[in-house]
Design a protein around this ligand. Structure first.
Ligand code: MG
Length: 220
């Protein structure tokens, strides 16, 4: 497991990854799903995190893997049952994360009513940028978010289009599980998800937060 560098100095050991699903209307539509009434999330292991300049490894026999660019909030201190109006005070910074997904494995799990942990949990399936402190990000809900593959724009949207906002998501998730320093909340992806192949170069960015660039390679 790697520590995630913080801009301006230091690093944070990542904890659990709470990943929102169907949190942008047009992405829910492209997945032929309805947006949920309450925030819906799954957990991704911290061992899937890799840093800028790393490689996403496509495991053997998984079929297609997809990119999902997401704004990630990093929790700064332990908290539980947080009120919405206090929620953002528990965030120490923000990062750009790619929630890599083994889409064919996920589709099979969905069809059979099985959990998603395998589709989401492979090593290298969570490339992340350095963490920008909250002082650099006055409004996390007003940021341009994009992803390019080999220089071509695949995802291009705004965090203002999120359905469930971070304060609500932190409040809700902290009513279920204690949040700890280093936990990461990935706020879901806008439309435009698609496949990645061996030798692709992927650049993801939330403007004002940070960028992460990674290569893609088939498992040796
Ligand atoms: Mg996602």
């Amino acid at each position: 497991m790697v520590d995630i560098p913080v801009k301006g100095g230091g690093a944070i050991r990542p904890g659990k990854l709470i990943c929102l699903l169907r949190n942008y209307v047009e992405h829910a539509e492209e997945m032929k799903s309805l947006p949920p009434d309450e925030p819906l999330f799954f957990l991704k292991p911290s061992t899937s995190i890799v840093l800028d300049g790393s490689v996403i490894t496509i495991p053997r026999g998984v079929g297609h893997i997809h990119h999902e660019v997401e704004l990630a909030a990093v929790i700064g201190d332990e908290c539980k049952n947080v009120r919405g109006e206090d929620a953002l005070s528990h965030v120490m910074g923000y990062a750009t994360m790619i929630d890599v997904t083994a889409r064919d494995v996920q589709a099979k799990a969905k069809k059979e009513g099985l959990p998603w942990s395998i589709a989401k949990g492979y090593d290298t399936f969570a490339p992340i940028s350095a963490i920008a402190p909250t002082s650099d990000v006055p409004d996390p809900h007003n940021l341009k978010i994009w992803l390019k593959v080999n220089g071509a724009v695949r995802q291009n949207s705004y965090t203002s289009l999120m359905i469930h906002r971070l304060d609500e998501v932190i409040s809700y998730s902290s009513s279920i599980m204690t949040l700890e320093r280093g936990d990461i909340i990935a706020t879901g992806t806008p439309k435009g998800v698609g496949p990645l192949f061996h030798s692709d170069t992927v650049e993801a960015c939330v403007e004002g937060v940070g960028a992460v660039t990674v290569k893609v390679a088939d498992a040796a």
